[in-house]
Design a protein around this ligand. Structure first.
Ligand SMILES: C[S@@+](CC[C@H](N)C(=O)[O-])C[C@H]1O[C@@H](n2cnc3c(N)ncnc32)[C@H](O)[C@@H]1O
Length: 299
């Protein structure tokens, strides 16, 4: 299997579509100010959320800035945008090297691609947005220190989605003790990355958001649930599952606390479960819609 991060992000789209919490999403629809909107998305990857907001008829008139630090993701986003726009009947014009204009009778969206570390971007951004989006991103950062700089990117709303929250389930069981050990060690690697990260980011955000003077308007679970239907995984979710096992392999290969032969055998059996359409994967995550409070206010 060839591992491409942009393809993983493409394959993740249908999983995220099902997972996003609908109560939080409805709160977003209700709270958004009238368009045109200025939106900043951080850790935006290949631009999946922009496409989703257009597809879900939420976004029509906007200035949308995507920020990601990986050149590969930004390059893919720039190539992919005209493709999905054309497939949706939208006209896409390139405007200079880092922007595009997406339009039809119902849409007028200016898109800006920024390849930068998010905190460098925070230091240079002059105009806060109406909405900040961070999707499958906050659980990778140092918390709570990252929250206030990120919230400086919005005038009011932030939609903070797919924050991992401490449960990874792979079924069927191979060996209860080994399965549990691998889950525990995998979560530990999220907690000990030098760049930050928290395997219980979802639940901890309640406290961190309060500390950052952000009012929680809505919160709820956004679990990934991936399983085969009639022996086949939907869309490109077989690839998605293969990539999840790749994350396990990358994180835990040569781990001192894990018998490497047993782990290799475990990975092979999990891959065989995917081939047979047997593997069920569940990851517990949380979504939030928050409104930024006035600096120093108690909410
Ligand atoms: C799990 S991916 C999610 C991408 C996208 N939000 C999605 O769900 O399709 C996290 C993204 O954050 C980006 N990222 C990680 N650290 C970053 C940083 N410090 N500044 C900007 N982007 C960062 C990665 O390159 C990656 O694309």
């Amino acid at each position: 299997m060839e591992y491409s991060f942009p393809r993983y992000l493409l394959a993740k789209q249908s999983v995220d579509d099902r997972a996003l919490n609908q109560i939080v999403l409805n709160a977003l629809r209700a709270q958004l100010s009238p368009e045109p909107l200025r939106i900043i998305e951080v850790g935006a990857g290949i631009g999946s959320m922009l496409r989703r907001l257009v597809r879900w008829d939420i976004l029509h008139h906007a200035d949308y800035t995507l920020v990601d630090d990986q050149p590969e993701n930004i390059a893919f986003a720039q190539t992919w945008l005209p493709q999905w726009a054309a497939a949706s009947g939208l006209t896409c014009e390139r405007v200079g090297p880092h922007s595009a204009h997406l339009h039809d009778d119902a849409h007028d969206i200016r898109v800006h691609f920024v390849q930068a570390d998010v905190f460098a971007f925070v230091n240079t951004n002059l105009i806060p947005a109406d909405l900040l989006i961070a999707h499958a991103f906050l659980d990778l950062l140092r918390m709570p220190a990252s929250l206030s700089p990120l919230l400086s990117l919005t005038k009011s709303l932030a939609w903070l989605t797919i924050n991992f929250d401490g449960v990874t389930t792979l079924e069927p069981t191979i060996d209860p003790t080994l399965d549990a050990r691998i889950e525990q060690l995998y979560h530990e690697t999220m907690d000990t990355r030098p760049s930050g990260g928290d395997s219980r980011a979802g639940r901890h955000l309640f406290e961190h958001l309060r500390g950052a003077h952000a009012e929680i308007i809505a919160a709820g679970a956004s679990d990934w649930v991936v399983h085969a239907i009639n022996g086949r995984y939907p869309a490109d979710e077989k690839y998605f599952l293969g990539f999840i096992l790749h994350f396990f392999e990358e994180s835990l290969a040569d781990h001192a606390a894990l018998d490497s032969a047993a782990f290799t055998k475990w990975l092979a059996e999990r891959r065989a479960q995917i081939e047979r359409g047997e593997l069920v994967y569940i990851a517990h995550q949380m979504d939030f819609l928050v409104r930024k409070g006035a600096a120093g206010s108690v909410l």
